[in-house]
Design a protein around this ligand. Structure first.
Ligand code: S3P
Length: 445
């Protein structure tokens, strides 16, 4: 669904110490995959804790359009009756993935090895994002695409009914590309292999195994080699979606920045392919305790206890980028309140997210009195110390939920209020963000 209505500005004012419990919604990456794999299994998959954000709801619609039955019980449990591997049918209309790069790209993979055409579109942000990175490997299976210049949406993907298996080395660290290739490989005969020089989030691999696919993962000289045996019968699963560490990052950073805060964030995924922000915050001097470490829904989780902390700037190495790629905007805010500079390297992928996040963060930080520097793939933030951020300016969010939430967090600890031009995109990944932050003590109006 494309962002409806007119822009909704929102102001964030300096907050009193935060307290209470932050119940974070389900993980977005896991939620998309639960719906897609459920739709490709034979029988009923039951999902609890699904993120009911716009991005994921658009994936649910896409699965229905491709022939799966997807319904929600009154208590929030989702039930998916799948069509089996290779069982999708041609959608009657265009699939509109709204703001969701992940939903769109994963579904492209899933339909690429079916013998029909699917037309994809999305909002202005998604229509500006590069799809060639997905279309190139899908062409190796035999799929073709016709779209706008630069492989941009809207585009029509003409799937192949006679796919061949593929071996593909990822040219960039992208779990979306990896997952699209594996999803296409599900309906190709023989073994499809993806080689990732740098490990990216592994939810697709975990879920493929959970649904009964034959998958091997080896660490070799070229990186991780993931091999999938095609055309399995996927058996349905019961999935408890863990809470999203990328969403948890916002109240966590807010509690660190607002002096005297003490909050608990229960059940957050600690998947090592997603925990780079937390490792970085600890290096910066954050007071975060990981309590009750356990396994839920096939993912390691913990309850986080977070207290207000004085932070210091650090160097974030490029090897860590894939494990925290969505968290750099809020890390840049934390860095603004640290003593000394924070240097983030190897972050070129930020330029092709929901917005060019390096440019969007620099513009917003600079307007609010924080000095930054950047290259094509790095960002440096000159910290101003715990009480040093002026604020007082309006920030352009460019239809990017994480830019919007990051600057609302910044306003909570700045001397003057921070205004964002549009809070609507927040609903794509964190629908209850403003109420939840308000319940902890944020002042958004
Ligand atoms: C995602 C992968 C990442 C991330 C996105 C979710 C996924 O994108 O930024 O929010 O669920 O696979 P890339 O694969 O483009 O790095």
């Amino acid at each position: 669904m494309s962002t409806p209505g007119t822009a909704r500005p929102l102001t964030s004012r300096r907050a009193q110490p935060l307290s209470g419990t932050a119940d974070i919604p389900g993980d977005k990456s896991v939620s998309h995959r639960a719906l897609i794999f459920g739709a490709m299994a034979v029988g009923e998959t039951v999902v609890t804790g699904l993120l009911e954000g716009e991005d994921v709801l658009d994936t649910a619609k896409a699965m229905r359009a491709l022939g799966a039955e997807v319904r929600r019980d009154a208590d929030g449990t989702w039930r998916i009756n799948g069509v089996g591997t290779g069982g999708f049918s041609e959608p009657e209309d265009v699939l509109d993935h709204g703001n969701a790069g992940t939903g769109c790209r994963l579904v492209m993979g899933a339909v690429a090895t079916h013998g029909f055409a699917t037309t994809f579109t999305g909002d202005a942000s998604l229509r500006a994002r590069p799809m060639g990175r997905i279309l190139d490997p899908l062409a190796l299976f035999g799929a073709r695409a016709v779209g706008r210049s630069g492989g941009r949406l809207p585009l029509t993907l003409i799937g192949t009914g006679d796919p061949v298996p593929v071996e593909y080395t990822l040219p960039m660290p992208s779990a979306q590309v990896k997952s699209a290739v594996l999803l296409a490989g599900l309906n190709a005969p023989g073994r499809t292999t993806v080689i990732e020089p740098e490990a990216t989030r592994d939810h697709t691999e975990r879920m493929l195994r959970g649904f009964g696919a034959e998958l091997t993962i080896e660490d070799g000289a070229q990186g991780r080699v993931i091999a999938l045996t095609g055309q399995p019968e996927l058996t349905p699963c019961t999935i408890a979606v863990p809470r999203d560490p990328s969403s948890a990052a916002f109240p966590v950073v807010a509690a660190l920045l607002v002096e005297g805060s003490d909050i608990t964030v229960p059940g957050v995924s600690r998947n090592p392919t997603r925990d780079g922000l937390y490792r970085t915050l600890l290096e910066m001097g954050a007071d975060i305790a990981f309590e009750n470490e356990r396994e839920e829904g096939g993912e390691p989780v913990a309850d986080l206890r977070v207290r207000g902390s004085a932070l210091r700037g650090v160097e974030v190495p490029s090897e860590r980028a894939a494990s925290m790629i969505d968290e750099y905007p809020v890390l840049a805010v934390a860095a603004a309140f640290a003593e000394g500079a924070t240097v983030m390297r190897g972050v070129g992928e930020l330029r092709v997210k929901e917005s060019d996040r390096i440019a969007a963060m620099e513009a917003g930080l600079n307007a609010n009195g924080v000095v930054t520097a950047s290259t094509e793939d790095s960002l440096t933030v000159e910290g101003r110390g715990a009480d040093g951020v002026e604020g007082g300016a309006q920030v352009a969010t460019h239809l990017d939920h994480r830019i919007a939430m990051s600057f609302l967090v910044m306003g909570m600890a700045s001397a003057n209020p921070v205004l964002i031009d549009d809070a609507r995109p927040v609903a794509t990944s964190f629908p209850n963000f403003t109420t939840l932050m308000g319940s902890l003590g944020a002042d958004f109006a």
